[in-house]
Design a protein around this ligand. Structure first.
Ligand SMILES: Nc1ncnc2c1ncn2[C@@H]1O[C@H](COP(=O)(O)OP(=O)(O)OP(=O)(O)O)[C@@H](O)[C@H]1O
Length: 261
């Protein structure tokens, strides 16, 4: 599905990503973890064709970036990120925002096909927001807006769904509701790539984890091999303990420097 080989990304003489080799196969769902500035968003932007590496090759859904029409490949990729939310118009009705996902437009300037409208309404229903379809996007809570983005991303029946911190800013209830919706993606046969800072968001859906550290892959593989206390303590430069409960990892940071009660 995704194959990154020897990726180097330089900006202003600085190496943001340095020698990334990563293969994401069909049926796998990956989480990308790493400290602030480790290069997670840059990696996602390259997978979605919004950024090009200084060297290395990127193959996504059988297309090599640089040798194909990236806009065509993007039609098969759902991308959920803060930058997309910022580009959407807050006074448009929810159903219309979702419908734009069919064509990868940000807004409609023509009549919307009835079939497209009905599909948007069905997807809004599926994420539990049927009652908000006629409301403006701006009138929704942050959690509801994230669900609208999920419905919008599903409009084009993507093969790949790439998400950059979709649960950021959500309270526990809203987060868990969104994670339930994400868990259902398994039934749709969509490959998910998900960036987060929070281990507890690694729900059973996810099979693999890539751990970025200062632009390099510190570890990548099946989640239980990567998410160990030892590996995470090294990458976060802080003593932590990982425990598994409900088939999800939970992390405890040790008190350092007299912080213990
Ligand atoms: N266009 C650019 N020019 C210069 N530096 C950049 C550019 N884009 C990103 N960077 C730098 O690259 C590094 C990696 O950024 P990136 O946003 O990929 O990290 P991240 O792991 O997603 O961080 P966070 O967890 O804080 O969101 C950062 O230090 C950032 O300042």
């Amino acid at each position: 599905m995704i194959h990154l080989q020897h990726i180097i990304l330089k900006r202003d003489e600085r190496e943001i990503l340095n020698g990334i080799d990563l293969e994401i196969k069909e049926g796998e769902h990956w989480v990308i973890l790493g400290r602030n500035g480790s290069g997670k968003t840059s990696l996602l932007e390259m997978m979605t064709g919004y950024m090009f590496p200084s060297s290395g090759t990127i193959d996504v859904l059988g297309n090599r970036f640089g040798e194909c029409d990236v806009r065509e490949v993007r039609k098969e990729i759902g991308y959920i990120s803060q930058s997309i939310i910022e580009k959407l118009t807050l006074y448009d009705p929810v159903w219309e925002v979702v419908a734009t996902g069919e064509y990868a437009f940000l807004r409609f300037y023509q009549d919307i096909d009835e079939q497209v409208r009905l599909k948007a309404l069905r997807l809004i229903d599926e994420v539990g927001l049927g009652h908000t379809a006629e409301q403006s996007l701006g009138s929704l809570s942050q959690g509801e807006r994230k669900k609208v983005l999920l419905a919008r991303a599903l409009m084009s029946d993507p093969k790949l769904l790439v998400m950059d911190e979709p649960c950021a800013g959500l309270d526990l209830h809203e987060r868990e509701k969104l994670l339930v919706d994400l868990g259902r993606l398994r039934d749709r046969g969509i490959t998910v790539v998900y960036v987060t800072h929070h281990l507890e968001e690694i729900i059973p859906l996810f099979t693999h984890v890539a751990l970025l550290h200062e632009g390099r892959l510190a570890a990548a593989g099946p989640k239980r091999d990567v998410l160990t206390s030892e590996i995470l303590s090294g990458v976060y430069d802080w003593p932590v303990e990982v425990e598994w409960s409900y088939d999800r990892p939970w992390i405890r940071a040790a008190a350092v420097g007299g912080g213990q009660a």
